[in-house]
Design a protein around this ligand. Structure first.
Ligand SMILES: Nc1ncnc2c1ncn2[C@@H]1O[C@H](COP(=O)(O)OP(=O)(O)O)[C@@H](O)[C@H]1O
Ligand SMILES: N[C@@H](CCC(=O)OP(=O)(O)O)C(=O)O
Length: 268
């Protein structure tokens, strides 16, 4: 067995970063993580890759701004926090990416863009143009609009699934999902000391689904269940996904080098 993964020269890459990577447990912004992420993604663009960043964190950053240590129950309050936090988050990204000479843009999406071929095409046209220009689009769900109503489905559910949808829209080769855990384990490692990291998964069957548990921190949403839903979509369309620990986002360079880090989801 080869000690390196063959990522088949992946050129168009979507990177998803979860709230738990961007926010310290004390609620403050993890500047080091954002800096490393900006450095690594700018480095990939300089190597000739096309990179989209799907970034969570708006609500988490908004909570920090308002001094809250628990997510409010009321949806309008969550949306207000997202609106504040998104602005702050983009300001920090703008600063850090500028340091590395990298231009960025912001794209906020709702699920219903997928229901309308014209909207979907417009999203593709925008993203494709940005990527051709060497810009890194930073995508989040448009939390102000995104709520689930009976007849108007605007919510993706979570950014794990949003990132897989984005990978489809831009026809990405690879989705790198950075979380607060080293990859997919055969059981939740926060509850079981003997949990084992799985190197590669080729199919999301009921056995794999049963191994997935809930979220890890107060900032996370969905836990492994939503990451597996995203992986299912990725496999269905013959793309690759790597789930890895975003604690130190420069891990992206080693991932792209084919080092066996985290869990690779790929069809056999
Ligand atoms: N089988 C599993 N393997 C790895 N992590 C798991 C598993 N089942 C549940 N988890 C939990 O999923 C968490 C990651 O998801 P989440 O908290 O939503 O983070 P993020 O903010 O990165 O989306 C881990 O911290 C872990 O507690
Ligand atoms: N749109 C929300 C993110 C929702 C979400 O999926 O968060 P996470 O599980 O941390 O990736 C925000 O920016 O706070």
């Amino acid at each position: 067995m080869s000690s390196k993964r063959q990522l088949d020269g992946a050129k168009r890459i979507v990177v998803k970063v979860g709230t738990s990577t961007l926010i310290h447990p004390n609620g403050r912004i993890n500047l080091q993580a954002i800096d490393q992420l900006s450095f690594s993604l700018s480095g990939l663009v300089n190597e000739g890759k096309q990179v989209v960043l799907v970034s969570s964190g708006a609500i988490g950053v908004g909570m920090g701004q308002m001094g809250l240590d628990a997510r409010p129950e009321k949806i309008p309050e969550q949306q207000a926090l997202a609106s504040m936090g998104q602005c702050e988050l983009m300001t920090i990204y703008q600063q850090r990416f500028t340091t590395y000479g990298q231009k960025i843009s912001q794209v906020l999406l709702t699920h219903d863009v997928l229901d309308y071929p014209e909207s979907r095409q417009n999203v593709f046209n925008t993203l494709d143009t940005l990527l051709e220009w060497g810009i890194i689009p930073i995508i989040n769900e448009n939390d102000t609009i995104a709520v689930d109503e009976l007849d108007h489905h605007t919510k993706f559910g979570d950014n794990d699934q949003l990132s897989a949808v984005v990978a489809d829209i831009v026809d990405a080769d690879l989705l790198i999902m950075l979380s607060d855990i080293d990859g997919f384990f055969n059981k939740n490692p926060r509850h079981f000391k003997d949990a084992r990291l799985i190197d590669e998964i080729n199919k999301i069957d009921s056995k794999v689904i049963e191994q997935a548990g809930g979220k890890g921190t107060k900032f996370g949403t969905g836990g492994m269940t939503t990451k597996l839903k995203a992986a299912k979509r990725i496999l269905k369309h013959d793309r690759m996904m790597i789930l890895a620990n975003g604690e130190n986002p420069s891990i992206i360079f080693r991932i792209m080098n084919g080092d066996k880090i985290g869990t690779l989801f790929r069809k056999k």
